[in-house]
Write a protein that binds this ligand. Structure first.
Ligand SMILES: NC(=O)c1ccc[n+]([C@@H]2O[C@H](COP(=O)([O-])OP(=O)(O)OC[C@H]3O[C@@H](n4cnc5c(N)ncnc54)[C@H](O)[C@@H]3O)[C@@H](O)[C@H]2O)c1
Length: 263
């Protein structure tokens, strides 16, 4: 078990990627705090072994209360995974100021707040010979743009920059900060992208659109939440003791290739 003895808090824990991380961390022996907006929805049986934390990451008092609870119960935090996120599928022309601000409040301010209030617990976990680990969620959309996701792309670029800044500031304290930048991962967020205006799939069925997206990847498929959980587990583990300040792209090779023009 690669995370035995470690305490972890995962935001967005009820989402497609968050659930896979919670399940994997529990299997790897971690003491898991699964944080999300609500307890709604069916619970995989393994989640009963973790602790649920109701946390709106954009709310400062929620972030403080969540970390106070972890401090009281565990006394330290070895791993913070900032996976909560929202995606507005619009161009800037159709994005309202409220939608723009909400995107930044959840994706960027949320990452800032949970990390800020976790710092004393992350320091407590970073002992001689071990490190603590913060894993943020960027996106390949923080490097290159999907059409119709303007605010989302902007927030993910901000998370990338924040990740580097946090890594520089807190590396000397033994706190490693990295970001995972997924490509297309099969979760409710991706399904909503296929169904929404951001897909750009005029005239195609959702099945045709999904196949077209698979085909454009060098690996000829999009990823699964477990693919992401594998990388998160490594970054959270002591094997990654020298990994800091990096943006880890996991996208089936998508961003490595020039798209072929159909002439
Ligand atoms: N699925 C993909 O293709 C993909 C690609 C790149 C990046 N990402 C990123 O990975 C992360 C997880 O995405 P996912 O696909 O699992 O999304 P998802 O929509 O399945 O899950 C997101 C979770 O975040 C929670 N959440 C939303 N607002 C919150 C708030 N204010 N406070 C606390 N929790 C909140 C939701 O309740 C949900 O459980 C996100 O940051 C997303 O931007 C996903």
């Amino acid at each position: 078990m690669r995370l035995a003895g470690k305490t972890a808090l995962i935001t967005g824990a009820r989402g497609g990627i968050g659930r896979a991380i919670v399940a994997r961390f529990l299997r790897e022996g971690a003491d898991v705090y699964a944080a999300d907006l609500s307890e709604g929805g069916s619970l995989p049986s393994h989640e009963a072994e973790g602790h649920f934390v109701r946390l709106d990451v954009s709310c400062e008092t929620d972030a403080i209360a969540a970390m106070e609870r972890v401090g009281r119960e565990a006394g330290k935090l070895d791993i913070l995974v900032n996976a909560a996120g929202i995606e507005i599928e619009k161009t800037i022309e159709h994005t309202t100021l409220e939608e723009w601000n909400r995107s930044f409040a959840v994706n960027v301010t949320g990452t800032f707040l949970t990390s800020k209030y976790a710092l004393p617990l992350l320091r407590a976990a970073a002992k001689e010979g071990t490190t603590s680990s913060v894993i943020n969620f960027g996106s390949y959309d923080g490097f290159i743009a999907d059409p119709g996701l303007a605010a989302y792309c902007a927030t993910k670029g901000a998370v990338h920059a924040l990740t580097r800044a946090m890594a520089c500031d807190h590396g000397p304290e033994g706190i490693r900060v990295n970001a995972i930048c997924p490509g297309y991962i099969d979760t409710p967020m991706l399904q909503s992208f296929f169904e929404g205006d951001g897909s750009g799939g005029a005239g195609q069925t959702i099945d045709q659109l999904q196949q077209a997206v698979r085909d454009v990847h060098p690996m000829r498929n999009y990823g699964t939440p477990d693919d992401i959980a594998n990388l998160v587990t490594w970054l959270a583990s002591d094997e990654a003791r020298y990994a800091a300040g990096q943006l880890w792209v996991l996208d089936g090779g998508l961003s490595a290739q020039v798209q072929q023009m159909k002439l």
